[in-house]
Design a protein around this ligand. Structure first.
Ligand code: DUC
Ligand code: ZN
Ligand code: ZN
Length: 459
């Protein structure tokens, strides 16, 4: 059979194997892995790794938040993702108070349809819980939305109480969905914020003081307790510190189905950044905040021990000029979030694999295979196998790149990793069998990404 595309001579890497072979692609899928395919188009991947496309299960594209909207929409954000080797994502559709879940899903589908250049799914962040919402969760699972997010922070806007958390957990267990939590104690943050501001502490630095480690630790432990009471699985997003990780580890040692992710910003940045002059600290205003440096070793260890299964980005960019500066005189008005969708794969390879912190298979596991497995996308995404989607990253392990917002494609005027040199970079990126990125240029069709109906949670 003649292939549409053949990738020859590369070293294929999955979560379990590393080997040399050729990949035949037909109709957007991997048709086979074998030496000897003929095809219309051939990519010579000699000296390159061939990875399954990165899967980012935590993004906020075109999200209305804190009086503005995240600056990457589904058009710009998915192109930036592709440049960085990420070929599918799961974004958070946020329920507006009073809206049904179907309305929420319809709103977010509208944002993405015809705009996204890679495939996408949605979690729904439930912010307003009542009987009809609990019932409607079942319909959402049938529609392929098999995870729900709850905010334990952002009092007065996104936060839900313990009763709501417990009800959502019970219902999720019943219908085969996974509950994800933003674990910080919103009441504590609210009081600390008011106290700090009343003392005239208005600089970005105080964002970190208002979001202490104890607020995260408490919320992680509370969410775990509620999940245990409901006999439901739980996924903790963007874990930032050792104390939160300890709670996760303890739960896992007890045999509870508790899963967790951390993000590059917590592995590579520390709270000294909040002292950057001229309001520079605002670049790092996100929740949870970046922490004291000593936490970084603990987080790396958490990856090694398997207590973290996933690295995601929490990509939620805002321009310094015109968005972050809304909080020039009051840090609590700085929209929370930072960019990262394009830099996750290069950073994790360079700092993880090249620096000897993890094997190359572990890197694929945490950036592609595990997120796909936990969020119901596997084996369509997250691996290189016959029948899987042809989402492939041809990765040059020798290519050195100095990260700068000027060369990245995220729609934002900074990167938190400005000036950092990474070794190893995606050079060609194939999405559903189509070459999208070729040596620094976007060469594919735009807007061809599809909504993915995800499978139920399987554990
Ligand atoms: N944290 C952020 O920093 N941004 C988006 C939402 C969140 O929880
Ligand atoms: Zn969050
Ligand atoms: Zn988030």
């Amino acid at each position: 059979m003649d292939m549409d595309l053949v990738i020859k001579n590369g070293t294929i890497v999955t979560a379990s194997d590393t080997y040399k072979s050729d990949i035949g692609v037909k109709n957007g899928k991997i048709a086979g892995i074998w030496k000897g395919f003929e095809g219309e188009k051939v990519i010579d991947a000699k000296g390159m790794f061939v990875f399954p496309g990165g899967v980012d299960v935590h993004t906020h594209l075109d999200m209305p938040f804190m009086g503005t909207s995240s600056s990457d929409d589904f058009a710009t954000g998915t192109i930036a993702a592709a440049f960085g080797g990420t070929t599918s994502l799961v974004d958070f559709a946020i329920q507006q108070h009073g809206d049904s879940l179907s309305q929420t899903l319809a709103d977010w589908k509208k944002k993405a349809e015809g705009k996204a250049s890679i495939d996408y799914g949605f979690h729904i962040a439930v912010t307003d819980v009542n009987d009809s919402i609990i019932k409607e969760m079942g319909t959402m699972v049938e529609e392929g939305v098999t995870s729900f997010k709850l905010f334990l922070a952002y009092k007065g806007s996104l936060m839900v109480d313990d009763a709501a958390i417990f009800r959502i957990l019970e219902r999720s267990r019943e219908i085969g969905a996974l509950v994800m939590v933003h674990a910080e104690n919103g009441h504590l943050i609210d009081i600390l914020t008011k106290q700090l501001l009343s003392e005239g502490k208005s600089a970005p630095l105080y964002h970190a003081e208002a979001h202490p480690v104890i607020a995260e630790k408490e919320a992680v432990e509370r969410a775990i307790a509620l999940a245990e009471a409901a006999s439901a699985p739980l996924y903790i997003v963007h874990t930032s510190c050792d104390d939160a990780l300890k709670g996760i580890k303890q739960a896992r040692e007890k045999g509870l189905p508790v899963y967790a992710e951390t993000c590059p910003q917590y592995l590579f940045l520390d709270d000294e950044k909040y002292k950057e002059p001229n309001f520079g600290g605002a670049k790092y205003v996100m929740s949870p905040p970046i922490r004291a440096k000593r936490n970084q070793n603990a987080l790396w260890k958490g990856i090694k021990t398997g207590d973290f299964q996933v690295i995601s980005t929490d990509h939620c960019p805002f321009f310094m000029k015109g968005q972050k500066d809304m909080g020039k005189d009051d840090w609590s008005k700085i929209p929370n979030g930072c960019p990262g969708i394009e830099t996750r794969i290069p950073l994790m390879y360079s700092e993880g694999v090249v620096k000897g912190r993890m094997s190359i298979n572990k890197f694929v596991e945490i950036c592609s295979a595990n997120p796909a497995k936990l969020l119901g996308l596997y084996p369509m995404k997250g691996t290189i196998a016959p029948g899987s989607d042809a989402d492939l990253v041809i990765f040059d392990p020798e290519k050195k790149v100095t990260l700068s917002y000027k060369n990245l494609h995220q729609n934002v005027d900074y990167t938190p990793y400005e000036g950092m040199v990474v070794k190893g970079y995606p050079v060609k990126v194939v999405v559903n069998g189509e070459l999208k990125v070729d040596d620094g240029k976007f060469v594919g069709k735009r807007g061809t990404g599809k909504f993915i109906k995800r499978n139920r949670f399987e554990g």
